[in-house]
Design a protein around this ligand. Sequence first.
Ligand code: SF4
Length: 334
Amino acid sequence: MNIQVSKPPLSIRLCGPRGFCAGVDRAIQIVVLALKAYGAPVYVRHEIVHNRYVVEGLEAKGAVFVEELNEIPEEHRAQPVVFSAHGVPKSVPEDAESRNLFYLDATCPLVSKVHKQAMRHQRLGRHVILIGHAGHPEVIGTMGQLPEGTVSLIDTIADAEAYQPIDPDNLGYVTQTTLSVDDTAGVIAKLQERFPNLTAPSADSICYATTNRQEAVKQAAPGCDLFIVVGAPNSSNSKRLVEVALRAGATRSLLVQRAAEIAWDEVGPIRTLGISAGASAPEVIVDEIIEAFRERFDATVELAITAEENEHFLVNRELRNVELTREDMAWVNG
Ligand code: SF4
């Protein structure tokens, strides 16, 4: 006897924009193009973007990830080394030059813009406040644009309350690009209340991709029994999306790197599922996760789009003549 078990219905709200931003797309393209132009190995300092799938995919093509430049063997010094999208302290390109290394900087142009704004504050004699998370590579990179003692890191409202500057009337701030829009507004408000002459950067430091992904999640999360954010545990913008989903009203929210990680016995009897992806999470993983839900549920997918994105950043000049085909990026874009 053939018993047909019907699957429970599930409505999936798929957020847009989600996943790769222009800065991540560019950084991955730089490694792919460098491999085409110069052959393997291409060294990459730090994870090019915070995503294991991306890192392993590039390793399979011939990229070698290192944390510091002194890990590059003498015999490979003519091969390029790529700096990650998060940006690097000034000391890193200086170190590369002193070692005669050929480097390609994949720092996102929007991170570079924050570097410039921080340097501008400092040039105009202001002490720089960087709002961000200690230890994140972007924070290390931004602090490393400035001479020691000219920048202070503030993460939370409690930090803003406790902060005691030498000259409270001569302060300027910038922020990490991937922070929570709402939390950061609270930290800035506290700093402005305490230091009314605090100078803002000329443009928002939190980038368009962070803002758009958080807004899409905020709109889609109310009423979701579960909200899945595709992303890595070391991806700042992905972790923020989990928090945003919970605050906006999702009953539960999970950060998931691959479908195989989902503990199905803990998913429970859900009827509405939200899905988004951090800026470093490939679309092929989003597809994989939707497919895994389709296997277990009678799922219908509804797009929850709150903005259109058309940003595109050019790769480094040295790589602009190298052809990039759709197939070169199909392993991440599907
Ligand atoms: S999240 Fe924003 S700052 Fe970071 S790489 Fe993407 S566009 Fe650039």
